[in-house]
Design a binder for this molecule. Structure first.
Ligand code: CA
Length: 227
């Protein structure tokens, strides 16, 4: 999942970015309204954290412009603590949620996760397939059927494996091109080499079984939700 933070306070922006990267998201950071507006209009983000008080272009104008262009990316706005009128304006302009400054990073994380869950097409909040469940908090793949006396079967996932698998599991039974997968797995400065996706798909197949992720020649990959 790929997130955009538009925040001109460098300390806050960088702190949020590090925290979200640790939680397994690919994160881009813009420090003004013009760059943030452009990134949000051209890159496929799964959610945006948008400060309203921004240099060059106010956050509200950025949000209105996205919504006028039918860009429905989930947006959480950051507002002044007592800025009730900002919150009202922001929600009316199409924000999905808001958080007043100062806030605790844990609350921001919980709200972003809730936004992503609401936006996900996944039918159940737990991501499951073929006897496996993705433990998003621990970034591990866990076997559904725990044997009564044996150890629970688990695979630890690298950050890239986790991002890729989570994207597959949230978009099951659809053909996903390598370039689309790469866009959602890497941030803007990432390697963006769609051939690397093949390597990671190979690693996921080794854990999930070879047939879970099918190759569609010339089109991409399809993650099967059924058995
Ligand atoms: Ca600001």
């Amino acid at each position: 999942m790929r997130l955009l933070i538009v925040e001109d306070d460098a300390k806050l922006g960088n702190g949020l970015r590090s925290r979200l990267v640790r939680e397994g998201y690919a994160v881009d950071l813009a420090d003004n309204g013009v760059d943030g507006g452009h990134l949000g209009a051209t890159e496929p983000y799964d959610a945006v954290i948008l400060d309203l008080g921004l240099p060059d272009r106010p956050g509200l104008a950025v949000l209105r412009e996205w919504r006028a262009a039918d860009n429905l990316v989930p947006v959480l706005i950051l507002t002044a603590r007592d800025g009730w009128s900002e919150r009202v304006e922001g929600l009316q302009a199409g924000a999905d949620d808001y958080l007043g400054k100062p806030f605790h990073p844990d609350e921001l994380l919980a709200r972003i996760q809730a936004l992503l869950r609401r936006a996900a097409t996944a039918r159940s909040p737990q991501l499951r397939a073929g006897g496996w469940r993705l433990d998003e908090a621990r970034q591990r793949l866990v076997a559904d059927d725990e044997t009564p006396h044996g150890p629970v079967m688990e695979h630890a996932l690298t950050a890239t494996e986790f991002r890729l698998l989570r994207y597959f599991m949230r978009h099951p039974d659809q053909i996903l091109s390598k370039s689309r997968l790469a866009e959602h797995v890497y941030d803007y400065d990432g390697e963006r080499d769609s051939n690397v996706i093949e390597v990671y798909v190979g690693r996921l197949r080794a854990m999930l079984g070879a047939n879970r992720i099918q190759t569609r020649r010339g089109q991409g990959y399809l993650f099967r939700s059924g058995d």
